[in-house]
Design a protein around this ligand. Structure first.
Ligand SMILES: NC(=O)c1ccc[n+]([C@@H]2O[C@H](COP(=O)([O-])OP(=O)(O)OC[C@H]3O[C@@H](n4cnc5c(N)ncnc54)[C@H](O)[C@@H]3O)[C@@H](O)[C@H]2O)c1
Length: 249
């Protein structure tokens, strides 16, 4: 029996890197992609050191042709795709609703929503030809509730939740499960960019959550792997908050 094959976008850093490494630890061969080449190669080396096969490819998820090539390469190399984590995303610029530029709106939607949609199309097409598969989309709590000064980000992540539901119901009978994870604030480079690593701001971000701390990349990665596993065999179409209780308030 060959190893299961997992694909992760935005795998050079943060949540995506943790997901890719955990898939490898669980015995998967892994396809990783990102726009940060050096960091991506470093993750590829870590996966190889675990004894798993890896394909690392420079792919901007906002580039439709590149996304389709990534999946073509996955098929050429491994002949199948069992799990996909559509993680690549950007926060965009912070600006009041009325000041959000159309350039910012289009850029965020193109990467976070349109790019993820193309990924899902390719993944579902592959999974339909085999015995099924599991897709986990990384949305955000900003896809469930509104946040100030991030209208494009909120819109892009809300759309990810709806793409998840639409894909899930259309392919449920073909054993393709599609779920979304909506993380609270997870300590990554993205959050360092937002807080500027200012301890007071970091504490304030932690305090958004009833658990009074930020989440870790491992807590998200463990949830991705669970949702892909047979233990989650009857779970599809869900948007699961991994947020220390934030949206339960
Ligand atoms: N960190 C958080 O608090 C948080 C909370 C909720 C949701 N998320 C979501 O989780 C995902 C990962 O976030 P993170 O915190 O790990 O961010 P990060 O910025 O630390 O890492 C994101 C990775 O995606 C890559 N990337 C960015 N644009 C890309 C593109 N166009 N094509 C391919 N790769 C691209 C980056 O190079 C980077 O390696 C994002 O979709 C983000 O919106 C993060």
């Amino acid at each position: 029996m060959s190893n299961p094959v997992a694909l992760v976008t935005g795998a050079a850093a943060g949540i995506g890197k943790a997901v890719a490494l955990l898939f490898a630890e669980q015995g998967c061969d892994v396809v990783i992609s990102d726009i940060q080449d050096e960091k991506l190669q470093a993750v590829a080396k870590q996966i190889e050191a675990m004894g798993q096969r890896v394909v690392a490819m420079h792919v901007n998820v906002g580039d439709e042709a590149a996304v389709r090539q990534l999946h073509q390469r996955t098929l050429e190399t491994f002949g199948r795709l069992d799990y996909a984590c559509n993680n690549a995303g950007i926060e965009g610029d912070a600006a009041k609703f009325t000041d959000c530029s159309m350039e910012n709106f289009d850029r965020v939607m193109n990467i976070n929503t349109r790019g993820l949609f193309v990924c899902m199309q390719e993944q579902i097409a592959i999974m339909q030809k085999q015995s099924g598969g599991a897709i986990v989309n990384i949305s955000s709590i900003a896809g469930l509730v509104g946040f100030p000064e991030r209208p494009a980000y909120c819109a892009s992540k809300g759309a990810v939740v709806q793409l998840t539901r639409a894909g899930a119901i259309e392919y449920a009978e073909q054993n393709i499960r599609v779920n979304a994870i909506c993380p609270g604030v997870i300590h990554t480079d993205m959050i360092d960019r937002v807080t500027g690593k200012d301890p007071e701001m970091e504490a304030a971000y932690g305090a958004f959550h009833p658990m009074n701390r930020m989440g870790t990349v491992d807590e998200v990665a463990q949830t991705v792997v669970f949702l892909c596993s047979e233990k989650a065999g009857f779970i599809t179409g869900q948007a699961l908050a991994v947020d220390g209780g934030m949206v339960a308030r």
